[in-house]
Design a protein around this ligand. Sequence first.
Ligand SMILES: [Fe+2]
Length: 318
Amino acid sequence: MKRRDFLAGAFATTTVLPHLAAGQTSNVQSSFDRGTVTGSGLKFRFVCPALREKVHIYVIGDTHIGDDDERGKPFEQYSARMAAAYNKFDRHANLAKAVKQATEKKIDFVALVGDIISYPSHSGTEYIRQTMDGGGVPWAYVSGNHDWHYEGEKGPQTELRARWAEKRLKPLYQGENPLMFAKVVKGLRLLFIDDSIYQILPEQLDFLKRELARGEPKILLMHVPLYTPGRGITLGSPDWGWDTDRNWQIERRERWSKDGCGETTKEFCHLALTAPNMLGVFTGHHHRQEMDNVRGLTQLVTPGHFSAPTAFLDLTFG
Ligand SMILES: [Fe+2]
């Protein structure tokens, strides 16, 4: 798909969103001001006075690489459905072309926000690691709900996620904790959180609290978007739970909790949305571009990168 064709269905107007200024002190500047957000197509600029130099980042999600090789044969009963998904798109080429562009444009960092792979195959994991390393641009990865999921495998999602992060996806984390970690790019802190099970663990909430206490400008990178009224079921939705889980049989996984959204998850979402030093939240999962402003905080959802090499967010901060 050509970029102009893709953009015809995407956010293609220019928007200026004034943010509330907040007086919290920062290690970067004595007072913090979220500044403004301007956008056109898939390019956005976060004009943040707290950052002294520009930071240029690509956010890529939902490439859905679904190939496999001989090593995947024993897992076909778990991988067949997703192996057949998005097959008309050249997803390998999409990732390679995006990385090539990042290299040529001297991008500071590439953030992969989940569903980069459709199930934890050896070959897909190796392809992603080699392609990303080959570009020479620093990068990081956090999982989506598919990356670690072999459909039909029995067990709690927390355990299956931990198992395949360790057994198969480990090279993509480059030594980081798969659940949460921070990268610093020219003074901007990039917080990666795995919210692929729609729930936040206590250690992830503690991590966010420690990070928010630091003061520097930061952004949040996850797979499932934060709850936004009017957007349906996402992380922290009050309606999330047993009755609203429409896909558990199709995806052959544990059904969402009868108890609904946990208090830890609610607190995480509240803190993320209200933190004065949070510049924005960047996610995937919906396979279409979305832009929301929740109480002054911008959330952008990147389009499905399976669809085109240029279907990703091109962000500048500072
Ligand atoms: Fe996806």
